[in-house]
Design a protein around this ligand. Structure first.
Ligand code: 5GP
Length: 240
C-alpha cells in the first residue's frame, strides 16, 4: 500500500515510506522537466518506460558487483528500494563531448574524449546544481576523500559496463548522471538510470534517444524512449 503523502517529491519521481523502515517506495511519474523545471510536460507511459530501463540497468549492475538500491518492482512504474542517506552530488561520466561540457569549454559536440571524464555537480536546485571539486567536497564535509574515491571508481565501473552493453545494442553512451547514497556505512548506487539521465546516440545515424529529444524539441520523446527499450530488452520491450 502506497501512503497518501510522499516523503519526498522530485521532478519526475515521488518517494514514499514503506512499512519496512529499511525500504522506500519510488513511483516513476509521467512528468518530464528540463532546464531546472522551466519546461514541464506530462507524457503517457513515460514513468513506466524509465522505471523499466532503471530496473534493467540496476539488475545488470548488481550482477557486475556494483551495489545498488534496487530491491524489486511493485508495479511497472513502482520500485521498492533500499532506504539510503543520499549524498547530494550528481556524478556525471562523459565519453563524448555534449551538453553543458560544450557550452562551458572549448570542445565541439561529438568529440570523443581521450578517456572517460568524471565531473561532479552539487545537487541543489536553488543554486542551479553548481559544479564542485574534490577539495570543496571534503572541506564542506559532503563526503570524506576515501568515500569520494570509491564513488568515482563505482561511476567509472558503471560506465565500463553500460558502454559495452550499449555498443552491442548499436547505441553510443555519450554521458550520464548517477547519484549515490549510504546505508550502514556502505555506498550504494541510488536514484535511477534511465533515458532521463543519459545521453544516447544511435551509432549509425547519431539520432538522440534521450531527454535531449524533449529538451530541444527534436521529435517524439516517447517514441525515442521506446526505441531504447526495443534495443536493450530481450523481449524488445513488448510489455510496454
Ligand atoms: P549536462 O551536464 O551536459 O547537462 O548533463 C550531462 C549528463 O548528465 C546528461 O546525460 C544529463 O541528462 C545528465 N544530467 C545532468 N544533470 C541532470 C539532472 O539534474 N537530472 C537528470 N535526470 N539528468 C541530469
Amino acid at each position: 500500500m502506497i501512503p497518501e503523502k510522499p516523503l519526498y517529491e522530485g521532478k519526475a519521481k515521488s518517494v514514499y515510506l514503506s512499512e519496512n523502515p529499511d525500504e522506500l517506495i519510488v513511483v516513476f511519474r509521467n512528468d518530464m522537466t528540463a532546464f531546472n523545471g522551466v519546461k514541464h510536460d506530462q507524457f503517457t507511459d513515460k514513468g513506466i518506460l524509465n522505471a523499466t530501463a532503471s530496473e534493467f540497468f540496476m539488475k545488470m549492475l548488481e550482477a557486475e558487483g556494483i551495489p545498488t538500491h534496487y530491491i524489486r518492482m511493485a508495479a511497472p512504474d513502482t520500485m521498492i528500494v533500499r532506504r539510503l542517506d543520499m549524498i547530494p552530488l550528481e556524478v556525471i561520466v562523459r565519453n563524448i563531448a555534449a551538453g553543458s561540457m560544450t557550452k562551458k569549454y572549448p570542445v565541439a559536440e561529438g568529440t570523443v574524449l581521450e578517456r572517460p571524464v568524471v565531473s561532479i555537480d552539487y545537487k541543489d536546485d536553488e543554486r542551479g546544481d553548481p559544479m564542485i571539486n574534490d577539495d570543496l567536497i571534503e572541506v564542506l564535509h559532503i563526503l570524506p576523500a576515501d568515500e569520494l574515491k570509491q564513488v568515482k571508481e563505482m561511476a567509472l565501473k558503471v560506465n565500463t559496463v553500460l558502454s559495452r552493453f550499449f555498443d552491442e545494442c548499436g547505441i553510443r553512451l555519450v554521458d550520464f548522471k548517477l547519484e549515490f547514497g549510504k546505508a550502514a556505512g556502505k555506498i550504494y548506487l541510488g536514484d535511477e538510470i534511465s533515458m532521463d539521465s543519459m545521453r544516447l546516440w544511435d551509432k549509425q545515424t547519431g539520432e538522440s534517444f534521450d531527454k535531449d529529444v524533449y529538451r530541444f524539441d527534436k521529435g517524439d520523446v516517447i517514441t525515442a524512449y521506446r526505441n531504447v527499450l526495443r534495443r536493450i530488452l530481450p523481449d524488445g520491450g513488448k510489455k510496454d
